[in-house]
Design a protein around this ligand. Structure first.
Ligand code: ADP
Length: 185
């Protein structure tokens, strides 16, 4: 039986992620979505929330399950007994990043293969950061995420604005830094 791990931050899961998960689910017998517990990024949703939103977005995929993890991706792959790590590629920057991390992962875990799926052209520009930036500026994100996720994102921004206003700071901001050998690759 083939089993693949699709790891990521998924803050939140968007339709580009769903497309990769669906295509992986048609290639492998089982796909496990690994929601990274503590990425070096400022997050909109905590781990349990991100897991719940992934479950909402992928409920239609019967051979998909979800775990959260911290530490090395290859350790998570070993723990869930996945032979393959799946990642999505949108552009050259993704390729450069994934090839570096993928080679480091191969050094650590030679039996675990990397499978990069090219983004569908419909979603090539899409990222969780774009979703959050647009939602944070009251833009419409309904074409990019599951309706329940759109509601959750809008609600979280409303809550954040209310607490920022209460604290005397009405600025909405999203910051991001990139992870390395932990959850990427
Ligand atoms: P990470 O912090 O691991 O990059 P993300 O949640 O941003 O986590 O992305 C998880 C995976 O999904 C990565 O392999 C990323 O390249 C891929 N991905 C993100 N957006 C898209 C997209 N629009 N199309 C295809 N793959 C994507």
């Amino acid at each position: 039986m083939s089993r693949a791990l699709y790891p990521g931050t998924f803050d939140p899961m968007h339709n580009g992620h769903v497309d990769i998960a669906q295509r992986a689910a048609s290639i492998f017998d089982e796909v496990i979505i690994g929601v990274y517990d503590a990425p070096p990024k400022k997050l909109l949703f905590n781990t349990d929330e991100r897991v719940a939103l992934v479950r909402t977005a992928l409920g239609h995929l019967k051979n998909c399950s979800i775990v959260s993890f911290e530490g090395l991706t290859v350790e998570c792959a070993r723990t869930v007994d996945a032979q393959v790590i799946v990642r999505g590629l949108r552009n050259v920057a993704d390729f450069e990043f994934e090839s570096q991390i993928g080679l480091a992962n191969r050094q650590m875990a030679p039996n675990i293969e990397l499978c990069c799926l090219l983004s569908s052209t419909t979603y090539i520009y899409l990222s969780s950061t774009i979703v959050k930036e647009v939602a944070g500026l009251d833009g419409d994100i309904s074409a990019w995420v599951h309706p329940t996720i759109a509601q959750a994102v809008q609600k979280r921004f409303a809550e954040n604005s209310a607490s920022a206003a209460a604290a005397g700071n009405n600025r909405k901001s999203v910051t991001k830094t990139r992870g390395k050998l932990t959850h990427r690759g």
